[in-house]
Design a protein around this ligand. Structure first.
Ligand SMILES: Nc1nc2c(c(=O)[nH]1)N[C@H]1C(S)=C(S)[C@@H](COP(=O)(O)O)O[C@H]1N2
Ligand SMILES: [Mo]
Length: 340
């Protein structure tokens, strides 16, 4: 499988190829890449992580524990190109997403070894990448509330799908806060500090905020971009596939939500009744795989629509929601096919 498909060359932003989304787990070399600045190449031997007043080498970090978390990684801008009118930003279609097995050290173990103040308001995570924002040299930095940072599933990840992280995905160490949009998962991590006031910066407050939100039936709340909204993806048939009248075909895809497991995936054909799909796999943060048997009964064009509902009761809106920076665009998945 080739690499992800370039959306912007500099900085490097690339989306997962459609063919790589069919599998439950997305291959590391196909997974989308989102970078705000040039990708830093870090020598792992020289790398150090500052946590408060403490400093860790890679070997010290590895010795602090190990945990695996299978999770969806999704950019908050995923699906932005569906918004009308268009919203500014990287024009992702619906493939700034994937599902991977992350492995690393629970951040809580490192925070404890470092003596980081558990009574602080937030911890700020700093990446090695930086660039000029508003005339000032700015690193990529984001915070998490202390409770979220110390959650046992919040990892300092060293591996993706059983292999060391690649440079594009944050080598040697990145944060993974499953259930939150990818922007929380600071790559090329070099420092963590505690702060007494809620942090704000160009990537938290300046951007990654829902503003002027509206939608016919969902996605109407303004505020910071945090939890991944419920969403689904159709992976089979492939776009433009030719189906045969009278031949049963299996529709497939994935469904996920940061707010809890997906409870229900429904399919409707040509605007008819919503019918339940079969669900398989899935865990707290990984997507589940849905399937639905369909027998095209007449030749011509057909529209397939898919909507997921999560354990919190949130369902995908039928039409794309809208907000000024194009985040969290999670309408029901739709695909037009032709039967012959
Ligand atoms: N240091 C750093 N971390 C970062 C970013 C970045 O530009 N710099 N981009 C964030 C965003 S917006 C997303 S969606 C994810 C993407 O992770 P990936 O490139 O491994 O797919 O990384 C996040 N972590
Ligand atoms: Mo993102």
């Amino acid at each position: 499988m080739g690499g992800p498909e370039t959306v912007t060359a500099e900085p490097f932003n690339a989306q997962t190829p459609a063919a790589a989304l069919a599998a439950h787990r997305t291959a590391a070399d196909a997974l989308f890449v989102r970078s705000h600045f040039a990708v830093p190449r870090i020598d792992p031997d020289g790398w150090r992580l500052r946590v408060g007043a403490a400093e860790f080498r890679l070997a010290e970090l590895r010795a602090s524990g190990r945990r695996e978390v299978e999770a969806v990684l999704e950019c908050a801008g995923n699906g932005r190109s569906l918004m009308r009118p268009p919203a500014p930003g990287v024009p992702w279609d619906e493939r700034a997403v994937g599902c991977a097995l992350f492995a690393g050290v629970p951040f809580a173990a490192v925070a404890e070894r470092a003596g980081l103040d558990p009574g602080a308001a937030e911890y700020v995570f700093t990446g090695a990448d930086s660039g000029t924002v508003g005339g000032r040299r700015t690193p990529f930095e984001r915070s998490l509330p202390v409770a979220a940072a110390l959650h046992p599933d919040t990892l300092l990840a060293l591996e993706l799908n059983g292999r060391p992280l690649t440079a594009e995905h944050g080598a040697p160490v990145r944060l993974v806060a499953p259930g939150l949009y990818g922007v929380a998962d600071v790559k090329w991590l070099v420092a963590v500090r505690s702060v007494e006031q809620p942090f704000s910066g160009p990537f938290q407050g300046g951007s990654y905020v829902y503003r002027d939100s509206h939608g016919t039936d969902g996605g109407t709340e303004d505020g910071p971009v945090t939890t991944v909204r419920v969403r689904s993806l159709i992976t089979e048939p492939a776009p433009g596939a030719r189906l045969r009248v009278g031949a049963e075909t299996e529709l497939r895809g994935h469904a996920w939500s940061g707010a809890g497991p997906v409870e229900r995936v429904e399919v409707r054909i040509d605007g008819g009744a919503w019918r339940p799909a079969r669900l398989r796999g899935g865990s707290r943060y990984a997507w589940c795989d849905w399937s639905y048997r369909w027998l095209p009964e007449r030749p011509g064009g057909h529209r397939i629509e898919v909507r997921a509902t999560d354990a919190s009761g949130a369902a995908q809106p039928l039409r794309a929601p809208w907000n000024a920076d194009g985040y969290g665009c999670n309408p029901a998945a739709a695909l037009d096919v032709v039967a012959h």
